[in-house]
Design a binder for this molecule. Structure first.
Ligand code: HEC
Ligand code: HEC
Length: 429
């Protein structure tokens, strides 16, 4: 586990304290220590390096050297409303009353000790758009998670700070808050969002920093201390605060303003026809939301509830013998091989390409996969199944495919994607 220099000095102090407590014998386990020397040794072993901590590659003429820097920010005098942004009533009720289609708000993965605050998410927004936070100052989080592309990347694989390509396709960040297990990445390797948001910085392809280097870099930006003070009560900058602020910003990206939401708010249940929908859209909604015995395609088995997000990792039968084992590579369990996080379908129409490897360029190709391309796999999820080595195909008609696509398009939330509160706060030259 990496720790920033600031934390190391605290650790050294605590170690010193623990050792002196042993010396006093105050109920602590009897570790016999000579009186003076070891305490001093232990402390100096763990003493912080001199400040500022030198970066290995920070030669004086190196443009990435750790020197103070500035930037112009365009932030509102009163922060945007992140903490109390309205959540529609349908996010608080079960969808269709099916087992497992629980209210989105009940699946909220916000931890009690890191609620979204307006000042915290504002700081997160600045960190998210700050290219200074990659080792050569070339990319920011936003480089691979672009608002207009549903906070994903239109490229199959994203380019990191030195032009290297990521191993998988970028993911949308919208409604990530409503993934109950709280795991992140296609293979779910990050246990929490707080853990996830520090990983891209340290990824050798994505942003190329160390955690200590990141903290020093943020400390050197003259616009950061006031933002940390507003968010956390004092201007101290450490990795934990960077993580909290970024997680708050990502969790604030909630989409509730699509045509789907408008229609949903007009009726009792998702099962009712939406007055603002075309016939195709209403038919597509039925096909998406009903199981095969009722003439639907059972998409909701995996893309659940009003956030249209998974309950756990699943296989949708992309490959009979996957090269990328996804979640299985992380846990090593046979039941997880070939399974991936089920992404939210919010804004799906405007963020091709699709799947963890970006293999499908259009929604038509995705629908074609679900209609006739599903491959047999031991871990394939409902409503698919393997019968005699084959998956019975949904065999959608042309009209059904058109309706399904029309429905998926109602999940686009233009208002959210162009909302300045999620946009770039830097005044770029
Ligand atoms: C160079 C491109 C790149 C950069 C920079 C980048 N990301 Fe990502 N991001 C990706 C890719 C690719 C994935 C999927 C990787 C995987 O699953 O293996 C991803 C996945 C994620 C996820 C997981 C979403 C989910 O639902 O599980 C989150 C959250 C995220 N990124 C946030 C961030 C944040 C915050 C930053 C900045 C600190 C950032 N990303 C920087 C490319 C990037
Ligand atoms: C068994 C669970 C399951 C079912 C049922 C299912 N999906 Fe998926 N879906 C997934 C998984 C898992 C992924 C990601 C797979 C990957 O990238 O490896 C996914 C990905 C997608 C994507 C791409 C999203 C993105 O961000 O790239 C779309 C679109 C989609 N599904 C639509 C549908 C539709 C439409 C249906 C119904 C016909 C459906 N799904 C049924 C599990 C399921």
């Amino acid at each position: 586990m990496h720790r920033p220099a600031l934390h190391r000095s605290v650790a050294a102090t605590l170690a010193l304290f623990a050792l002196s407590a042993c010396d006093d014998g105050g109920g602590a386990p009897a570790i016999s220590l000579p009186d003076a020397a070891p305490v001093v040794d232990a402390a100096s072993d763990m003493a912080p390096e001199p400040e500022p901590e030198p970066e290995p590659d920070a030669a004086p003429d190196d443009p990435t050297a750790e020197v103070p820097y500035t930037a112009e920010l365009d932030l509102p005098a009163e922060p945007f409303d992140y903490a109390n942004a309205p959540i529609p009533a349908h996010f608080r009720v079960e969808t269709l009353g099916f087992h497992g289609q629980r209210p989105a708000m009940d699946a909220d993965n916000t931890p009690a000790d890191n609620p979204v605050t307006d000042a915290g998410a504002t700081l997160g927004r600045v960190l998210f758009y700050d290219t200074n936070l990659s080792s050569n100052r070339a990319v920011a989080c936003a480089s691979c998670h672009e608002a207009e592309h549903g906070f994903s990347d239109p490229r199959v694989f994203s380019e990191g700070f030195e032009g290297g390509l990521t191993g998988r396709h970028s993911m949308t960040l919208v409604n990530a808050r409503f993934y109950a297990p709280g795991h992140f990445f296609w293979d779910q390797r990050a246990g929490t969002l707080e853990e996830q948001v520090l990983m891209p910085f340290q990824d050798p392809i994505e942003m190329g920093m160390t955690l200590d280097g990141l903290v020093t870099r943020v400390q050197n930006g003259d616009y950061y201390p006031p933002l940390f003070e507003a968010a956390f009560g004092d201007p101290a900058i450490d990795a934990d605060r960077i993580s909290r602020a970024l997680a708050q910003f990502v969790r604030s990206m909630v989409s509730t303003g699509s045509r789907y939401d408008e229609g949903r708010a007009m009726v009792e249940s998702r099962g009712d026809n939406f007055p603002n929908f075309t016939d195709d859209e209403n038919i597509g909604k039925y096909l998406f939301s009903m199981p095969p015995p009722a003439g639907g395609f059972g998409c909701f088995f995996c893309h659940r509830g009003e956030a249209f997000i998974g309950l756990e990792a699943a296989s949708n039968g992309l490959d009979a013998a996957p090269e990328d084992e996804g979640y299985g590579e992380v846990t090593g369990q046979s039941g997880h091989m070939g399974t991936f996080k089920v992404p939210s379908l919010r804004n799906v129409a405007i963020r091709p390409p699709y799947m963890h490897d970006g293999r499908f360029e259009t929604l038509e190709e995705v629908i074609e996969h679900y209609s006739n391309g599903v491959q047999p796999h031991a871990n394939i999820g409902l409503p698919f199944g393997v019968v005699g080595g084959q998956v019975p195909q949904l065999d959608m008609t042309v009209a059904e495919k058109r309706a399904l696509r029309a429905f998926l398009r109602t999940l686009t939330d233009e208002e959210m994607l162009s909302d300045p509160k999620f946009g770039d706060p830097f005044v770029r030259p």
